[in-house]
Design a protein around this ligand. Structure first.
Ligand code: CP
Ligand code: NVA
Length: 308
């Protein structure tokens, strides 16, 4: 994977995903390494972040490298300077760029003009680094990916897009329950169905949360209003009423089902306290896995030799 961009989770083939997960498990076991001594990552963020920003920074430091954070007003993507020029300049200083943008087109423009790898640190379209940590978490908690049923309750958003595609490529059974108006985008659904067909997995789209979680191994949700959609928040609350993951809904999943959420959570909206703080919740292990999955990704994309 050396030198490659990661814009969509579909940029990673199933064997490469396996390689990332194995590398992550190895690095998690062995702690700090010196694989990226002398390498620098730039974080270019148009939106706020806790997990992504900190886990990328710490990942670089643990691997012996360095990290620079550029906040929205500092970089002024598309305002102070075009994404193309930002990409050309950063490529002269750093070894990799991880960008969090509103539009996926901004990321594509950065990637097209950077001579170093560009990683999607979340866009309105996808959150592939989250999906890597999610797959690592399911693998750890369930011992496998193939055949595991994962039910996503809520908005067909960036997190759901990457999760559906990662699950489909991994031979998992992915179900999503959303209000009619807020389902998975049609092209993502079609691509996920194609990938699932090849892997022995499946993709099902529905509206009833109870039907989606029935006998599921994993129940997953995310906020109803993503960053950049704040003006739609009150309308979304109306549409998503009935889509909260509470104890009653969790009880319809398998008794050993785990609860996942990429965080930040809006408690009392998409998830009840009793679930996110309950015994089935793995949300903080999942958040920790952002660090391990990204260490593996960075080692494989930037490392000089085999990181595994
Ligand atoms: N899950 C996630 O990406 O969190 P942040 O927005 O805090 O980075
Ligand atoms: N869907 C959320 C994910 C945050 C990590 C958002 O885009 O705001």
């Amino acid at each position: 994977m050396r030198g490659r961009d990661l814009i969509s989770i579909t940029d990673i083939a199933s064997e490469e995903l396996e390689d990332i997960l194995q590398t992550a498990l190895g690095l998690k076991d062995r702690g700090r390494q010196t694989l990226l001594v002398g390498k620098t990552l730039a974080l270019v963020f148009e939106k706020p972040s806790l997990r992504t920003r900190v886990s990328f920074h710490v990942a670089m430091r643990h691997l012996g490298g360095d990290c620079i954070y550029l906040s929205p007003p500092e970089v002024g993507l598309g305002e102070r300077e075009t994404p193309a020029d930002v990409a050309r300049v950063l490529s002269r200083y750093v070894d990799c760029v991880a960008a969090r943008t509103f539009k996926t087109e901004t990321l594509s423009e950065l990637a097209a003009h950077a001579s170093v790898p560009v990683i999607n640190a979340l866009s309105d379209r996808e959150h592939p680094c989250q999906a890597l940590a999610d797959m690592l978490t399911v693998r750890e908690k369930k011992g496998r990916l193939r055949g595991v049923t994962i039910a996503f309750i809520g908005d067909g958003n960036n997190v759901a897009n990457s999760l559906s595609l990662a699950a489909a490529v991994s031979g998992m059974h992915f179900r999503i329950a959303s209000p009619e108006e807020y389902g998975l985008p049609q092209d993502v659904r079609v691509r996920a169905e194609e990938l699932a067909k090849a892997s022995g997995g499946s993709v099902r789209v529905m509206h009833d949360p109870g039907e989606a979680v029935a006998d599921a191994d994993v129940v997953y949700t995310d906020v109803w209003t993503s960053m950049g959609q704040e003006h739609e928040a009150s309308q979304r609350k109306e549409y998503f009423a009935g889509y909260m993951v509470d104890a009653r809904l969790m009880a319809e999943a398998r008794p050993d089902a785990i609860f996942m959420h990429d965080l930040p959570a809006h408690r009392g909206e998409e998830v009840a306290d009793e679930v996110i703080d309950g015994p089935q919740s793995v949300v903080f292990d999942q958040a920790e896995n952002r660090l391990h999955a990204q260490k593996a990704l960075l080692a494989l994309v930037l490392g000089d030799e085999n990181a595994a």
